[in-house]
Design a protein around this ligand. Structure first.
Ligand SMILES: Nc1ncnc2c1ncn2[C@@H]1O[C@H](COP(=O)(O)OP(=O)(O)O)[C@@H](O)[C@H]1O
Ligand SMILES: [Mg+2]
Length: 261
């Protein structure tokens, strides 16, 4: 896949820009504050619907304007394609080949990796930084995973509501709880499998880079501890057991204390 060119309107300090890219290598050179990082951000934004600098859409809209948009033309092995994202103060609109689509469909049309100095947060930052990074990485390649995340976050809200109201004796609680555990297990399983694959590739490439002298591996230590190759049933069993152990405390605090969230 290859990004060929892009247009941006009111993206930060860039008013109305058209950029064409070289197929192999592109270098942006300019004064401080000229908009180099904004160009990279605009590309990342058009591909993912998110920024690597902010999670507030409004921040990317040029000061004094109410809307912005970015549009990318790219080609894959088959054809020329385009994606775009438009933002106003309330909503985001995703398009693919000039037709509006939902985020679920938009996600993963093009894949992208950014590396900026702040990415060091991935190592030194809190677990939530790592979790959202990997959640996004996995979801890009696996639309099912994204649906699991959506289900778990919806079910977590129900679960927390029952805990907050100290209403867990209600039979409905167990229904939500079981569904929650089902999706939580699917998420944990996918994360374990994904990290295992990435770790394998990482150590292969790292060895190539350092003539086999050094080793780099990635391990996923979840709220269940470190599990090597568990089955879905084993994960589900462990999650159930863990919730059993924290039940008293969860009721006291009134929200879920553990989980994949
Ligand atoms: N929403 C916005 N509207 C207009 N200008 C902005 C907005 N957000 C940031 N800027 C300005 O855009 C400029 C571009 O910054 P940046 O892309 O980081 O430049 P560079 O990477 O070239 O140093 C900065 O001067 C910044 O103050
Ligand atoms: Mg910069």
């Amino acid at each position: 896949m290859q990004i060929l060119d892009m247009n941006m309107i009111n993206f930060r300090n860039l008013d109305d820009e058209h950029l064409e890219f070289d197929r192999r290598f592109n270098l942006f050179l300019g004064k401080n504050g000229q908009g180099k990082t904004s160009v990279l951000e605009a590309i990342y934004f058009t591909v993912t619907g998110k920024s690597f600098r902010t999670n507030k859409n409004k921040e990317m809209i040029k000061y004094g304007r109410h809307k912005m948009g970015a549009f990318v033309n790219y080609e894959d092995r088959i054809a020329l394609k385009s994606i775009s994202v438009k933002v106003d103060e309330k909503k985001k609109i995703y398009s693919y080949n000039r037709k509006h689509i939902k985020y679920d469909e938009f996600l993963g049309k093009l894949n992208i990796i950014s590396f900026i100095p702040e990415d060091i947060e991935l190592i030194i930052g809190s677990p939530s930084v790592r979790r959202s990074f990997f959640d996004y990485e996995i979801a890009q390649a696996d639309p099912e995973y994204y649906l699991y995340l959506k289900s778990v976050s919806k079910l977590l809200k129900f679960r927390n509501k029952y805990l907050k109201d100290k209403n867990t004796a209600d039979p409905m609680f167990e229904i939500y709880n079981s569904e929650f555990i089902k999706y939580a297990s699917l998420i944990v399983k996918k994360r374990i499998d994904y990290i295992k694959n990435v770790s394998r590739l990482l150590s292969l490439n790292y060895r190539k880079l350092f003539d086999g002298e050094k080793e780099l591996t990635l391990r996923y230590k979840s709220f269940l501890g470190e599990l090597r190759s568990p089955t879905l049933e084993e994960i589900e069993g462990k999650i159930r057991k863990s919730y059993g152990e924290v039940k008293g405390r969860e009721l006291r605090y009134g929200y879920s204390l553990i989980g994949p969230q």
